[in-house]
Design a protein around this ligand. Sequence first.
Ligand code: HEC
Ligand code: HEC
Ligand code: HEC
Length: 456
Amino acid sequence: MKTKSKVIVICTLAAATLGFGIVSSCNSTPISEVEEAVIGILNQKGCIACHSFNPEIPFYAKFPLIGKVIKEDMHKAARFVTLDPIDTTVTSVDEVTLAKIEQSIISGSMPPASYTHVYWRSKISKAEKQTVLAWVNDTRKNRFYDGIASEEFALEPIRPIPDSIPVNAEKTALGKDMYNDTRISLDNTVSCATCHILSEGGADHADERTSEGIYGQKGGVNSPTVYNAVFQIRQFWNGRAANLAEQAGQPPVNPVEMGEQTWEMIVGRLREDKDLAARFEKLYPGEGLTEATVCDAIAEYEKTLLTPDSPFDRYLKGDKSALTQEQLDGYKAFRESDCASCHSGILVGGASFEYLGIVDESYFDSRDKSIEYVSDDDGLKGFTLKERDLHRFKVPTLRNVALTPPYFHDGTIQTLEEATEAMMKYQTGTKADAATIASIVTFLETLNGEIPQVSP
Ligand code: HEC
Ligand code: HEC
Ligand code: HEC
C-alpha cells in the first residue's frame, strides 16, 4: 500500500480551480501524492463539472457562448458516471468507476471533443494520461487485487470467483432445506428452487420470460441467478434489498410469488414441524425459528452457491491453455467495445446501477408493444423514488450468462447475440457488426463456472 503522506482539504482546491463553490463535501482523509495529482487533473479537465448531479454544477450558464452541444453533453454526462465529490471519488473509488475512468482515458474519449475544441487547455496531455493510468493500476493492485488471479493479471478489470467463502456449515445445511421447502408458500407448491433452478444456471426455465409463482401468476421481471449473488452490491433489479437475508424475506410474502400471507403465518406453520424447530433452536439459541433466522439460514446457504473455475477464471489464475485464441480475441472485443466499463469485477457486473438506454434512450419505445409497461420497468426509481433513477437497473452478472436465457430484466431478449447487439445500441454506441458480436459471445461463453454438486 502506498503511504498516504498528505492531508489536504480538497474542497478548497476544487472550488479554487473552477472558480465557484461546487463540491458538496470536504474531505480531510490522508491522500497520496498520486491521488492528489489525479484529483487535480480531473478537476482541471472539467470532468467533475460535467459528471455531477449537483444542481449547483451547471457552470455553462456562466459561459453564454457555450454551444448547445456542450449543454446537452452536460445533461448526459452524469448518467454515465458520477464523479462528484471528486476527492472521495478518487480516494475511495469503487471498482466500476475505476474501470470507467480507465476506459475513457485509454480511448481518449474524454473530455469530449466538443468541449476540448472550445477549451483547448482541457485536452489531456500524454503525461497526465500516464498519471491517471498509473493511479488506476496502483488502485487495482492495492485495493482490489485479492491474489486469486495470477500476478500477471492483477490489473485486469475482471477478477476470478473464489472457490469458497467462510460459512457456518450447519447453517448452510439448514438453509439448503429451507431453500427447497415448499411449505414456505401458502399452498405448499412453491419454494425458492421453483424459480431459481440450480441445474438451470440458478435462474428460471429458459422459456419463462417472467417467473410463474403461486396459482400460476406471472411476475413482472425475469428471474436472475442465485449463483454468486452474495457478491452483488445489492439484491433485485432495482436494488431494494441490501443483502441476501433481506432479499430472502420478500418472496415468501409476495402475493404473486409465494402467496398472500405474513411471516407470522409462515413461521407458525413451520414450527409445527418439531424437528425443524429444534434444529433452529440448536443453531440459533434463544431465537429459534423466526423470520430472521429462516432468512439468515437461506442467506448462509446461498454463500455456498459459487461457480469458480470457469475457463476464463482458470486463464486468469494462470492456466494459459484454458482459453483458445478465438476466446481471447472475444475478450479483446469485449474490452474494446467498452463492455467492461459496466461489466467488471468479480461478477462481471452486479456492482452498479446503470441506465438502460444510456446512449440511446429509445429502449422502451422500441420494445415489443405486446409487452405492457409495468412498474418494475421503472428500475431503481421504484426503490429510491428519485426521478433521476428512472430506468436504472442493477447491471446483471455475466457469470454463467449462457445458461440463463432469456435476458434483460424484462426477459425479452432471447440470445446472447441479441443481448450484445442491444447493448451496443443502447449502452455503448459501438459498432455492432456480426463478426464482433460473434466474437464477444465466444468470450461470454467462457464465463460458465463449475456448478456446485446439486443434490435434490
Ligand atoms: C463537457 C462535459 C464533459 C466533460 C468535461 C467530461 N465529460 Fe465525460 N462524458 C460526457 C458525456 C456527454 C458523456 C457521454 C458519452 C458521450 O457522449 O461521449 C461522457 C462519458 C464519460 C464516461 C463513460 C463513457 C466512456 O467514454 O467511457 C466516462 C468514464 C467519462 N465520461 C469520464 C470523464 C473524465 C474522466 C473526464 C475528465 C478527464 C470527463 N469525462 C470530462 C461529458 C463530459
Ligand atoms: C415465483 C418465483 C420466485 C420465487 C418463488 C423466488 N424468487 Fe427469487 N427472484 C425471482 C425474481 C423474478 C427475481 C427478480 C425480482 C426483482 O428484481 O424485482 C428474484 C430475485 C432474487 C434474488 C436477487 C438476485 C439479483 O440478481 O438481484 C435472489 C438472491 C433470490 N431471488 C433468491 C430467492 C430466494 C432465497 C427465494 C426463496 C425465499 C426466492 N428467491 C423465491 C423469482 C422468484
Ligand atoms: C453503461 C453500462 C453498460 C455497458 C457499457 C454494457 N452493459 Fe450490458 N447491461 C447493462 C445493464 C443495465 C443491463 C440490464 C438491462 C436490463 O435488464 O434491462 C445489462 C445487461 C446485459 C446482458 C444481459 C444479462 C442478463 O442476464 O439479462 C448482457 C449479456 C450484457 N449486458 C452484455 C454486455 C456487452 C456484451 C456489452 C458490451 C457491448 C455490455 N453489456 C455493455 C449495463 C451495461
